[in-house]
Write a protein that binds this ligand. Structure first.
Ligand code: NAD
Length: 286
């Protein structure tokens, strides 16, 4: 019943919708999200979490086969588009695809990232590989920001996310190039948040601890090249400082769900560190 006592189906429907979105975990009901690098790891876990919360998700990834398989696995609310984030045209097409398929883009998650093998000493640095890390991790995310903003500004709303890293919070984690790219990404989030706040668009990033996905396993296996993969996963899972827990892709998906949803409606320009406290008080010694 409305304030004047008359029965309103629309009001009942609206309240029921609000109840569903706040009380049953469907925090992204009817939202459309584009997630780069969602054929694997953190992106895939986030796509799953977003769909479980009522969103329609576009999986944008450079890997065509696993991207298509992921979309099939996640069901009718997932679609796949081939996209190399280091190419602006691919990003632009992915954003246009979201609009043509769903008429809106509410969440842009710039998650795709790479970590090129580069010698540990700056003296031996291969600058071509530095450029490669930057072109995916920084240039790719900047292009994602630009094209998401292009369609979000006219609507006056939107949530943009990025996956940074603990390597963007402290030195000595990962390669120099990777670390520099993730520091840049956190700076990008703060800079873009300052412009886009006036359009009601929030910009945030997440800095995960080490999770044994392909990107981390490749890097760690190069460090521990004498050990087999199982042993390396065991080492990765023991690097954390929080007793009784390991960092998993789903922990990042939960953080992304929070930042993408109205639960974080007043959170912008923030770097949400999901590391069990690691960067607050302990240095990695490997
Ligand atoms: P992952 O290897 O499981 O997934 C990375 C995905 O990005 C893959 O599907 C890959 O195909 C895609 N990708 C790579 N280059 C691309 C490009 N140019 N265009 C489009 N897609 C591309 O690794 P993940 O751990 O899920 O990594 C996701 C993000 O999390 C990355 O940005 C990574 O730097 C960051 N991160 C990972 C960890 C970790 O330990 N796993 C820690 C901190 C941050």
């Amino acid at each position: 019943y409305s304030e004047n006592g008359s029965y309103s189906r629309a009001l009942v429907a609206e309240n029921f919708h609000r109840f569903l979105s706040t009380n049953t975990g469907r925090k992204l009901q009817d939202k459309v999200a584009l997630i780069t690098g969602a054929a694997s790891g953190i992106g895939k876990a986030t796509a799953t979490q977003f769909i479980n919360n009522g969103a329609k998700v576009i999986i944008a990834d450079i890997q065509q086969q696993s991207g298509q398989e992921t979309a099939k696995e996640l069901g009718p609310n997932a679609t796949f588009i081939t996209c190399d984030v280091s190419k602006e045209l691919d990003i632009s097409r992915a954003v246009d695809f979201a609009i043509s398929e769903h008429n809106q883009l509410d969440i842009m998650y710039n998650n795709a990232g790479i970590l090129c093998s580069n010698p540990p000493s700056i003296v031996d640095l291969d600058l071509a590989l530095f450029d490669k890390d930057m072109s995916t991790n920084v240039h790719g995310a900047m292009a994602g920001m630009k094209h998401a903003a292009r369609v979000m500004i006219p609507r006056g709303s939107g949530s943009i996310l990025c996956t940074a890293s603990v390597s963007g919070v402290m030195g000595g984690m990962g390669t120099h190039s990777y670390s520099v790219s993730k520091f840049a990404l956190i700076g990008m989030v703060k800079s873009l948040a300052s412009e886009l706040c006036k359009y009601g668009i929030r910009v945030n990033c997440i800095s995960p601890f080490i999770i044994p996905t392909p990107i981390a396993m490749k890097h760690m296996s190069e460090i521990y090249r004498h050990l087999d993969a199982h042993k390396v996963v065991e080492i990765v899972n023991n690097l954390g400082v929080l007793k009784g827990a390991i960092c998993e892709a789903n922990d990042i998906a939960n953080a992304a769900l929070y930042l993408a949803s109205d639960d974080a409606k007043y959170v912008s320009g923030h770097n949400l560190i999901v590391d069990g406290g690691f960067t607050s008080f302990k240095n990695l010694d490997y």
